[in-house]
Design a protein around this ligand. Structure first.
Ligand code: UDP
Length: 406
């Protein structure tokens, strides 16, 4: 099938770890690669954010990345992109109408991609599948006045859910949120993200470590909601172990990153500065080395639409101590592949981590079960197959083309 992925802010070619570059980039890259491997023809449309980018690039995985001119050709925060979505969608219409390649299905990632995708595809009679990756209602609940999303995001997300041909939710928690927003359950299919089982495997090189000291790893964009402050505070309840934080700007720029500085200051005031190490952004292909070097992974977000890092750790055979939020409640099976604790509770987190570090046998059994669960339930091949099934279903339904005057 000819499949158009739209991922307005999250390019599969981006360097990850920065404020707006994380799970969605990985997801779109891996999903596209898996669909190509299954014989599909995939193009990913993302906003052109630098002048020197070619219009399109063919990746080694066989899908094409198309840089759509919409707004200035420079990096913009994702919360500033909404005004440029009209231009994005017009460009798609021109391209798909006039060119030799028109998609049979559009899969939009994030709500603004949904707006652009829906506007374009309705003019051509192409069905649209929507994955939100994150929901405005959840962000607003947790971030309150600090949420910089455009004011109309929540309303747009509701409308999208009612207008697209299918919503793909990534976890049960998201289904509940969408139903409460007024998106009909019948429009939804739950397909969790996959994990790259070749990159993330128990065997392979590991980052250097001190063999005499337990290593706790935590990974993510250096933003407050990822809960790194809770992890740093929890370290006071975990004697001797070291905590390695992967993510944020490249190592050389950590000094000037305000959040990295806050974390370091907090580690100092908690008396754990010598046991907390920030390494900055790590290229995707090197992430396996970091997971394999750890005794356990901590994922302590306030909320988490899906959460790839626990799954990547599990695929490497690393147990997870996570907060009981969002997708982590589906991926981590409590007492089998890891432990769950309440969010924003350093004491509960610290106690759970310490207990698990003290119990070698439980860690060993979690590790084996985690790898097995990742392998059986979250391979990209299976995820891509399930999504291809969704694409075929929506494409089988004929829909009228909307004729737009002018
Ligand atoms: N990641 C990376 N390098 C880094 C930090 C993160 O490659 O320095 C990757 C990580 O391996 C994962 C993704 O970024 O694939 C983060 O996804 P997650 O779902 O955990 O969080 P999100 O960014 O979507 O909030």
């Amino acid at each position: 099938m000819r499949i158009a992925m739209i991922s307005e802010h999250a390019s599969p070619l981006a360097i990850l770890g920065g404020e707006d570059a994380g799970g969605q980039n990985t997801h779109v890259a891996e999903l596209s690669a898996a669909l190509v491997a299954a014989g599909h023809d995939v193009r990913v449309y993302t906003r052109r954010d630098a002048v020197d980018l070619p219009v399109s690039v063919r990746t080694p995985d066989g899908y094409e990345v198309v840089h759509v001119p919409a707004g200035p050709a420079e990096p913009l925060a994702k919360d500033a992109l909404l005004p440029h979505m009209k231009e994005f969608s017009r460009w798609l219409v021109d391209r798909w109408r006039g060119g030799d390649w028109t998609p049979e299905v559009v899969h939009a990632h994030f709500w603004m991609s949904g707006l652009a995708g829906l506007a374009a595809s309705r003019q051509l009679g192409v069905p649209v599948v929507q994955t939100y990756h994150a929901l405005g209602v959840v962000k607003r609940r947790h971030q309150g006045v600090q949420d910089t999303s455009p004011a109309r995001r929540i309303g747009y997300e509701r409308e999208l859910g009612r207008s697209v041909d299918r919503v793909v939710a990534q976890c049960q928690d998201e289904v509940g949120e969408l139903v409460r927003m007024g998106v009909p359950r019948t429009r939804m299919t739950v397909v969790p993200s996959g994990v790259n089982l070749a990159t993330f495997a128990p065997l392979g090189p590991a980052a250097e470590r001190d063999p005499g000291r337990a290593r706790i790893l935590t990974v993510g964009r250096l933003v407050e909601r990822k809960g790194f402050q809770t992890v740093v505070r929890a370290m006071s309840y975990v004697p001797d172990a070291e905590c390695v934080v992967v993510g944020g700007p490249p190592a050389g720029l950590l000094e000037s990153d305000p959040y990295a500085r806050r974390l370091r200051a907090l580690a100092g005031s908690c008396g754990v500065a010598d046991r907390v190490r920030l390494v900055g952004a790590v290229p995707r292909e090197e992430m396996g080395r970091w997971y394999r070097s750890a005794d356990l992974l901590v994922a302590a977000p306030w909320y988490e639409p899906f959460g790839l890092t626990p799954l990547e750790a599990m695929a490497c055979g690393v147990p997870v101590v996570g907060t009981a939020v969002g997708g982590i409640k589906d991926t981590v099976v409590e007492g089998v592949t890891g432990d769950l604790v309440p969010a924003r509770d350093p004491r509960a987190l610290g106690d759970a981590v310490r207990d698990l570090l003290d119990d070698r046998i439980r860690r060993f059994s979690y590790a084996a079960a985690a790898r097995e669960r990742a392998r059986r339930t979250y391979s990209w091949a299976v995820t891509a197959q399930r999504l291809a099934g969704v694409y075929e279903e929506v494409a089988a339904v004929r829909r009228p083309t909307r004729v737009v005057a002018g």
